[in-house]
Design a protein around this ligand. Structure first.
Ligand code: ADE
Length: 419
């Protein structure tokens, strides 16, 4: 009997069909799955995976299992699990899964412990909660681990901090930092899915709204571009002069957050930092302002302060909590300040997760083959893997490109020729 903790196994059929639907848009991962099935590069490898439990993740689990791995899976966020998919991963893939949408903090961490109970050789993480639990509370398991991967910017930042202080006890491959990950997943994936989450939760018209994006990293750029495309007046707030300059020249208004607070209709935080929307912002906001977060952790909006300033709160629609402040104004918080794209919608579309999870699968294979050469550091995905994923994706999309002529290749590798 498979061990698991999921909401309802009766949801299996819906989860299975939706996973198949996603698979159609994941040709690169499908190819890797077929290769893994033949070569079994992960035979005997135990994996603890802490990822958003979605249809795309189910397809990654299928590929790793085809490669011969034994896997335990848990959620990387309490509100991002798709319960039907969790049921299908347990029943159709036979993978012990510990994830329930809306689980409380204690359950979330007990699920991480359950995923680690497999005594992993390899960890897959999205946000670094599993790696940090392993390093803090389950250190006896560390000696088994040959390496791990990290999916997201926030996780990579935490793991680099661990490596720099000498605390990281095994090598990590930063999947996030592959070009075929962040240029597409962070930008187009977060861009589309964040707007999708806001629209599903609120059914608001974006055209004509004042849409404030806090943070102009790759994710912020994606959100801003899509909001602009839908006709919003987009304002960017930043702390980096370079990014602020880039946003200005990309055609956005850039201003300080307290100025933006007075005029915004919809606010999205995507900075990776804490208390970006704080007391002073809330007090300046217009009646009915919508606030949400699409950064990894629910720390970017000071919800505790919002609670303190409020005289009442009610759930006015699914994923919309309306707070009434003592000044009489209402502020609407989406998805409890958690990732609005995964909580109120379905996360990034499959076509973009195809590349992110191709990086995951090939990085796991790389760790198995190269574990002895790797130190306890955070590594980039090897360039040959990154380039091969781009090549395969283009191929699958039917896009042809040119190659250098002999003359051009020679020109690029010489220095003598000028004008
Ligand atoms: N992160 C963002 N979108 C995702 C998705 N669809 N599946 C897994 N992880 C994600």
């Amino acid at each position: 009997m498979t061990k698991y903790d999921v909401k309802d196994l009766n949801l299996v059929e819906k989860g299975k069909l939706r996973t198949e639907w996603a698979e159609m848009q994941m040709p690169v991962l499908r190819m890797i799955c077929h290769e893994f099935e033949k070569a079994k590069p992960l035979k005997g490898i135990r994996i603890s995976a802490c990822l958003h439990v979605t249809t795309e993740t189910a397809n990654l689990m299928k590929a790793l299992k085809a490669g011969g791995a034994d896997i335990h899976l848990c959620a990387s966020n309490p509100l991002s699990t798709q319960d039907d998919v969790a049921a299908s991963i347990v029943i159709d893939l036979g993978i012990p899964t510990f994830a329930i949408k809306g689980e409380d903090k204690d359950t979330y961490y007990s699920h991480i412990a359950s995923a680690l109970s497999i005594k992993p050789h390899i960890t897959l993480d999205d946000g670094a909660d599993l790696v940090s639990t392993l390093h803090k509370d389950m250190r006896d398991l560390l000696s088994n681990v040959m390496g791990g991967t990290e999916e997201t910017t926030t996780g990579v930042i935490r793991l680099r901090a661990m490596a720099e202080s000498g605390e990281l006890k095994y090598p990590i491959i930063a999947v996030n930092d592959a070009y075929t990950k962040y240029l597409f997943d962070n930008r187009y994936g977060t861009g589309q899915s964040t707007i999708d989450g806001i629209i599903r939760a609120t059914n608001r018209l974006i055209a004509g709204s004042v849409f404030v994006v806090c943070g102009y990293g790759w994710c912020g750029r994606g959100v801003a571009a899509r909001a602009k495309g839908l006709g919003a007046r987009v304002i960017i707030t930043e702390i980096s002069p370079l990014k602020a300059l880039e946003a200005t020249m990309d055609g956005y208004e850039v201003m300080q957050i307290l100025e933006a607070s007075k005029i915004g209709d919809i606010f999205v935080t995507v900075t990776g930092n804490i208390n970006v929307l704080s007391e002073k912002c809330f007090l300046l906001m217009k009646d009915g302002a919508i606030i949400c977060n699409t950064g990894h952790f629910n720390v970017e909006i000071d919800i505790e302060m919002l609670e303190k300033l409020s005289i009442s709160k009610r759930t006015i629609r699914d994923y919309v909590q309306e707070y009434t402040l003592s000044n009489g104004k209402r502020i609407c918080l989406l998805a409890e300040g958690r990732l609005v794209n995964l909580a109120a919608a379905e996360g990034h579309p499959s076509a973009v997760m195809d590349m992110s999870f191709a990086n995951q699968a090939l990085s796991v294979e790389y760790i198995v083959k190269n574990a002895k050469m790797l130190e306890n550091k955070v590594y980039k995905v090897p360039d040959n893997i990154d380039n091969e994923i781009a090549r395969l994706k283009l191929n699958a999309m039917g896009v042809m490109i040119d190659s250098l002529t002999k003359e051009q290749a020679k020109y690029l590798s010489s220095w003598e020729m000028g004008t």
